[in-house]
Design a protein around this ligand. Sequence first.
Ligand SMILES: CC(C)(COP(=O)(O)OP(=O)(O)OC[C@H]1O[C@@H](n2cnc3c(N)ncnc32)[C@H](O)[C@@H]1OP(=O)(O)O)[C@@H](O)C(=O)NCCC(=O)NCCS
Length: 175
Amino acid sequence: MQGLEGIAFTVHGRDGLDLVEPLWKELAAHHLERAETAAPAFATGMAALTFAARRDELLAKNRDRALRIELAVDPAAGGPVGYCVASGAPGGHGEVESIFVDAAYRGRGIGGALLDHAAAWMDELGTIEQALSVFAANERVLPFYARHGFAPRFVVLVRRPPGELETAIRPRRQP
Ligand SMILES: CC(C)(COP(=O)(O)OP(=O)(O)OC[C@H]1O[C@@H](n2cnc3c(N)ncnc32)[C@H](O)[C@@H]1OP(=O)(O)O)[C@@H](O)C(=O)NCCC(=O)NCCS
């Protein structure tokens, strides 16, 4: 099967966040593998990061903001094969919080569709600017984002006090 054929997209509010847990764990493993290879200073804390901690942080951060969870579902696979979590506030900024597509389903437009849907939702919401953070060790994903209108603007450098467990990919939020 090619392209988006057979793939259904479902949209959820914050109550649907738990639905992404299995795929988020794959994303965390992906980021950990990248960190061990290209950003070892962050690997220990990333290995310790749990879904519950990431979920709670997302909910707290977006308490007063709209939160949208979209799943790409292959009924034949028995569950979601991709997801995108986005947040936003009218007149404020929108953010793609997390996006992932199962390795077996990549390269057929699912990630692009999820990203475009999220961008359209943030436009409709009235956000004035939309952003996303890419882990420094995951730069190979940049051309994918560029094709969907997200261009690099800042490079953020992170330092943690010596001895403090590094539990974040960046200061404000995690993958
Ligand atoms: C980035 C990602 C969501 C794209 O999903 P997708 O369904 O493959 O996206 P599309 O089919 O719309 O586009 C595929 C493009 O993504 C690019 N891409 C980036 N990382 C890729 C990867 N690990 N595997 C396959 N393609 C990847 C390819 O260059 C491809 O470009 P092409 O169309 O010119 O061949 C998906 O590859 C993924 O989940 N990667 C691992 C997790 C990740 O990096 N998430 C982003 C965190 S910032």
